[in-house]
Design a protein around this ligand. Structure first.
Ligand SMILES: O=P(O)(O)OC[C@H]1O[C@](O)(CO)[C@@H](O)[C@@H]1O
Length: 447
């Protein structure tokens, strides 16, 4: 049995089995294109075989650097955006106790994120809150030129240098960037920071298993060896020679592409554990940047349930019928908590007495799935046994593989993102960046 189970039976009724049959061959060809490198964007396929290529020595180097940072700092600010942020954030949230900050004893450094927005207040408050704590930073940018992390890094770097002096700051700052190119590489070389390389052939949104994701996670005490082991096993289970019925990545890609062809243009990734919220954010970048181009692509959205059943639930049940709901279902909660019987039963909940909260959550999930299917929303279910590093590594790799397959099946290059340049050009022009003077005038006239 695969460590991830994809159930697509709840797309039938909306699709006929023949709709899936028609697309099966295409997705299997797409999977082969990923392994033989015959598709567009084939200079960005380094992530496909990455898990099996990660050596124990590489993991040791990341863990050693993490240990040394952790020995110097109580708070480590991880600076990055998009693919240089979301993978680490996703795994960290999924693995963490949401109330960790309330615990009196903190035996791991607290990892905070910056550079993922341009909010003045966010950065100000981050600096203010971290004042009493020993500080270090990891700055991550593949291009080394992205504005948001560059701005945040300038501010955090200055704070660290002011506090500790330049020489000590160089021990407290680690950069993860391109081997040769970009302003961050130049800066890291000049300042003498320890660095890790993001391989040329791995794009940001596929980089969670490089030091981009691994270093911040190791600093936070996450077992990165297990994360990689899960991805390694999933790489085998989704290889091009694994038959359709045993290969979760092609099943998922086939189901969503068959639905897209029938007019289902929005996919909502739903989870029943708030710790998975950032896995959804990571997934949205992965699928949004990979597929949304040339006027095509499923729009990736997300909900956290049951919370959003009390807000978005109405739309999902009865709104425009273009939605696909894909549920990440986690079989086993980490802890056990039962509902007790109450002699007065004023809340009428005694019918739940003796049940675990997880059982109630599961019945909410089952009931919701059937209600939404009855309302015309096809359902895809992705089951993982529990939230630990191993299954998360498997889940992330599963989504990456399926995304590459989906993109090729859709007929786009899943490894570029030309559309993101438009906002950057306008922002530079409006901010008066040298070289953008003419565009600046034109844009200002339109405001
Ligand atoms: O790691 P970088 O080069 O700073 O890029 C961050 C993110 O920005 C994008 O390039 C979009 O502008 C994403 O694809 C990428 O993950």
């Amino acid at each position: 049995m695969s460590i991830i189970k994809v159930s697509i039976d709840k797309i039938y009724g909306i699709l006929e089995p023949v709709d899936l049959e028609l697309i099966k061959e295409r997705v299997e060809v797409s999977n082969r294109m990923l392994s033989d490198g015959s598709g567009d964007g084939n200079d960005f396929l380094g992530w496909v075989d990455l898990p099996e290529q990660i050596t124990p020595a590489q993991l040791d180097a990341v863990n050693d650097c993490a240990k040394s940072l952790a020995s110097l700092a109580e708070v480590i600010v991880v600076i990055g955006i998009g693919g240089s942020y979301l993978g680490a954030k996703a795994v960290l949230e999924a693995m963490s106790d949401p109330f960790q900050l309330l615990h009196k004893k903190q035996d791991k450094p607290i990892v905070l994120f910056a550079g993922q927005n341009l909010s003045e207040d966010y950065l100000y408050e981050l600096l203010a809150a971290t004042k009493p704590y020993k500080l270090a930073a990891i700055v991550i940018s593949k291009s080394g030129t992205t504005t948001e992390p560059a701005v945040a890094f300038r501010i955090v770097k200055e704070e660290i240098e002011t506090r500790y002096g330049k020489a000590e700051a160089a021990k407290r700052i680690v950069a993860v960037t391109d081997a040769k190119r970009g302003a961050l590489r130049t800066l890291a070389t000049q300042e003498g920071y320890a660095t890790f390389v993001i391989p040329d052939d791995i794009g940001g949104r596929y980089s969670v298993l490089t030091p981009v994701g691994l270093l911040p996670l190791a600093v936070a005490g996450i077992n990165i060896g297990e994360l990689v082991r899960g991805a390694q096993d999933m790489a085998k289970m989704t290889a091009a020679d694994v038959p359709f019925d045993e290969n979760p990545a092609v099943q998922y890609a086939a189901a969503r592409n068959a639905l897209y062809k029938k007019g289902y243009k929005i996919e909502i990734l739903a989870s029943y554990d708030p710790r998975l919220q950032y896995v959804s954010e990571w997934w949205k970048q992965l699928y949004g940047e990979s597929e949304g181009k040339e006027g095509k692509g499923i729009f990736p959205a997300s909900v956290t349930l049951t919370a959003d059943l009390h807000s978005m639930g109405q739309y999902i049940q009865q709104g425009e019928r273009t939605l696909i709901e894909t549920v990440i279902s986690v079989e086993k909660p980490r802890h056990s908590l039962k509902i007790d019987s109450d002699p007065d039963n004023l809340d009428g909940l005694n019918y739940l007495a003796g049940k675990r909260i997880g059982e109630v959550n599961l019945m909410a999930e089952m009931g919701t799935m059937l209600a939404h299917v009855d309302g015309g929303v096809p359902n895809i279910r992705i089951e993982i046994p529990e939230l630990n590093e191993y299954y998360l590594g498997a889940l992330l790799y599963f989504f990456e593989k399926s995304c590459g397959i989906s993109g090729y099946t859709l007929g786009v290059n899943p490894f570029d993102q030309p559309g993101v340049e438009a906002y950057k050009k306008n922002m530079f022009a409006l901010l008066g960046k040298p070289g953008y003077e003419d565009e600046g005038k034109l844009l200002r006239a339109r405001l």
